[in-house]
Design a protein around this ligand. Structure first.
Ligand code: G1P
Length: 247
């Protein structure tokens, strides 16, 4: 299993903090934001990682993370996304690196209060397909929202005005090698981007998507200045990636 951390985008929702740097380099308490997804992956045993980024600050990631050895990475590679073509396009840049392996994809602004190892282990046991993680949240309309019937995923709606479940699809996705064919079939959305929600819906349509509902804390530090503050405060108070497993 290999890991991909997506750290591109313009960070427009955190302006002016992001005027002169990449969102994922901003501090969350005592560390740059991107440290948290790297630590989540390494602690789950995923130590071969690719960081996909773009824009004017890409070189800063190399300066900050270097070979990744300090985090326990056995390999840390970098890819450059030339324009803001969406999360699914960014993931497509990791195809050669992942090859026929399975992968765990994390959005670099997602911070988890618990170990992801149980969920990664569930995906290891899964023959094929994909797996997403859901978290009950107060404002699902800010995220991808799943419709679930009889414990099966029916569809994910991206930032729906009227959410049909209390869950958010968090920014951690697990895929088999079918994902590369799926990405090639995608059409740009209304905002001109290849959407990760369309990738997930393609797996749902093929009957190949599983999910876990996570019990620990989750924050999307890049969703708004308020969510950034919440993530910062959570980490300051509790730390992230605790090794204690939920019961
Ligand atoms: C993205 C996804 C959304 C998901 C969210 C989690 O949204 O499109 O489905 O719920 O990440 O962080 P974005 O943060 O790019 O608006």
């Amino acid at each position: 299993m290999k890991g991909v951390i997506l750290a591109g985008g313009t960070g427009s929702r955190l302006l002016p903090l992001t005027t002169i740097t990449n969102k994922h380099l901003l501090p969350v308490y005592d560390k740059p934001m991107i440290f948290y997804p790297i630590e989540s992956l390494v602690r789950a045993g995923v130590t071969e990682i690719m960081v996909v980024t773009g824009g004017n600050h890409a070189g800063e990631f190399l300066r900050l993370l270097q070979s990744g050895k300090a985090f326990g990475c056995t390999s840390l590679q970098y890819a450059y996304q030339e324009q803001a073509g969406g999360i699914a396009e960014a993931l497509g840049l990791a195809q050669e690196f992942i090859d026929r392996d399975k992968c765990v994809v994390v959005l670099a602004d997602n911070i988890l209060g618990e170990s992801i190892k149980p969920y990664v282990d569930n995906f290891c046991r899964q023959d094929r397909g994909a797996r997403i993680l859901l978290k009950e949240v107060a404002k699902p309309e800010a995220y991808g929202v799943p419709i679930i019937e009889n414990n099966r995923l029916i569809i994910i709606q991206e930032k729906p005005q009227f959410p049909r479940s209390p869950y958010a699809v968090i920014g951690l996705y697990m895929y088999d090698a079918e994902v590369w064919d799926i990405i090639r079939t995608l059409k740009p959305s209304g905002r001109g981007e290849l959407e990760i929600t369309d990738v997930n819906n393609a797996y749902i349509d093929r009957g190949l998507m599983e999910y876990d509902i996570i019990s620990g804390w989750w924050g999307d530090a890049g969703e708004s200045i308020e969510s950034y503050r919440e993530a910062f405060n959570y980490v300051a108070e509790h730390g992230a990636n605790r090794l204690v497993q939920p019961v």
